[in-house]
Design a protein around this ligand. Structure first.
Ligand SMILES: Cc1ncc(COP(=O)(O)O)c(C=O)c1O
Length: 451
């Protein structure tokens, strides 16, 4: 068996072998050939992520640890919030963000069963699932095309005094919703604002001359690090806030509902592990096993965080490339004939925003045309996606509660229906070259010409 002089020397050798492995087997620098598969998203990484993952594997700490700490700190600095907590997915991040708002510590503002949360039906299911799972009532309002975000003119109509407690919505495919209007509405009525930032990491929004990243304007922001997203850890997510009480609640609900905030594997950081009386427990009952909430375990592993640490270093370049690809695709499509452009609705960035695009949304103006266009593109090896659920209320998961007061629809959902029937999107991920984008534009135009 091989012997090294030190653990450090062993690690360096193993990591350098991993780098060579990446170079020989994982690096993909083959130029695009028309007809090659163009996925809507993909991981973009190099030897650094694989070496960092190896480092974490060799630590064999396995649970949340030094890489998670490093990531949370670096991410908080980058996005500009005080508190960031890693979780095991974007869905877990949304579950946690919603659940902390049900905590007794929040007094009158606590979301109770039967209270209402304003949201949209046109999006990803796990933005709204936690509301239904808890027994609160999602109130669905329509969205606008071509921004694909909540129609803020419908907010007041959806509000019910004493019932509405929060707004919880995503920034659709990177395009920020009208944060100015939504924030003003929330502030006016004392509502929580949860920004599902899973598809918009790196998007910016400006209010009264102040520019901040999306996810940091509301009370809580959430991210997903699933591979197609803006940056990846494999599985992973984050919840962030500036509020000290929400921060404490996030930690408690994430980590089994416990009262104590000692990190995994470390005891008695506060020095009060065996004193104090809580609930109806005996005096001095171990604080580490004292539960102030009905929590979960949603922690991330250090292997995932180790990948994230390296992805975050590359992240500013990812944002720039996403913006470039989206703009380039739009420019190429705008070269199409009047006839083609008349049959297509091109996407538009929300006013006062600088989106870090997740995808490029298109709506086809010809009845039945959307499926013909997506079939054509898929046949030409261009991957397409629908706007997730289209209209979540139409899905089988609603069969059991359809028409009941488990949810409410405020106004018409005409544009939501339109998106479900006529819209689709293609990717703009940072691994896409101009040749790929031009090929996509060419084929979208051809597909629409055929309608
Ligand atoms: C807007 C939005 N929110 C939440 C999620 C859930 O993220 P995850 O897949 O990491 O659970 C997704 C997933 O893609 C999403 O698009």
């Amino acid at each position: 068996m091989k012997k090294w002089n030190s653990e450090n020397e062993a690690r360096e050798e193993i990591k350098s072998l991993v780098a060579s492995y990446y170079e020989q087997f994982k690096k993909n620098d083959r130029p695009f050939v028309p007809g090659d598969r163009i996925n809507y998203a993909s991981r973009v990484f190099d030897e650094k992520e694989m070496m960092s993952l190896t480092d974490a594997a060799l630590d064999f700490w396995l649970t949340t640890g030094r890489f998670s700490d490093e990531f949370e700190k670096a991410f908080a600095e980058w996005i500009g919030v005080k508190h960031v907590h890693l979780v095991n997915s974007g869905s877990s991040a949304n579950l946690l963000a919603f659940t902390v708002l049900t905590a007794p510590e929040l007094g009158d503002r606590r979301i109770k069963r039967g209270d209402e949360v304003i949201t949209v039906a046109c999006g990803f299911p796990t933005t709204i699932n936690p509301i239904i799972q808890y027994g609160a009532v999602p109130v669905f309002v329509d969205v606008t095309v071509p921004q694909y975000n909540i129609d803020v003119t419908k907010l007041e109509g959806a509000y019910k005094e004493g019932k509405t407690k929060a707004v919880m919505i995503a920034h659709t495919l990177g395009n920020p919703f009208d944060l100015k209007a939504v924030k003003a509405f929330c502030d006016a009525h004392g509502l929580w604002l949860v920004e599902d930032n899973c598809d918009a990491l790196g998007s910016e929004y400006t209010i009264d001359g102040v520019t901040k990243f999306t996810g940091t304007w509301g009370d809580i922001g959430t991210s997903s690090f699933y591979p197609p997203h803006h940056m990846t850890m494999g599985e992973g997510g984050a919840v962030y806030t500036d509020d000290p009480l929400l921060n404490r609640l996030i930690l408690s609900y994430r980590d089994w509902g416990r009262d104590c905030v000692c990190p995994s594997g470390r005891d008695n950081i506060c020095g009060h592990r065996f004193d104090g009386k809580r609930g109806e427990l005996p005096e001095g009952y171990d604080h580490k096993y004292t539960y102030s909430h009905f929590g979960y375990n949603l922690k991330v592993t250090d292997m995932q965080a180790a990948v994230g640490v390296e992805q975050l270093k590359k992240f500013p370049s990812f944002i720039e490339r996403r913006k470039h690809n989206w703009n380039y695709l739009k420019e190429e499509l705008l070269k199409a004939s009047k006839d083609v452009l008349g049959k297509l609705v091109l996407p538009e960035a929300t006013e006062n925003s600088s989106p870090s695009w997740f995808g490029f949304m298109l709506t086809v103006n010809v009845p039945g045309g959307r499926n013909k266009v997506t079939s054509y593109l898929e046949e030409h090896n261009i991957q397409t996606r629908l706007l997730f659920s289209g209209n979540i209320i139409k899905h089988p998961c609603f069969d059991d509660i359809r028409g009941t007061d488990a949810y409410r629809v405020s106004g018409s959902l005409d544009e939501t229906e339109r998106i479900m029937n006529d819209s689709f999107w293609v990717g703009v991920y940072p691994g896409m070259s101009d040749d790929m984008t031009a090929y996509m534009a060419e084929n979208i135009i051809k597909a629409v010409q055929n309608l």
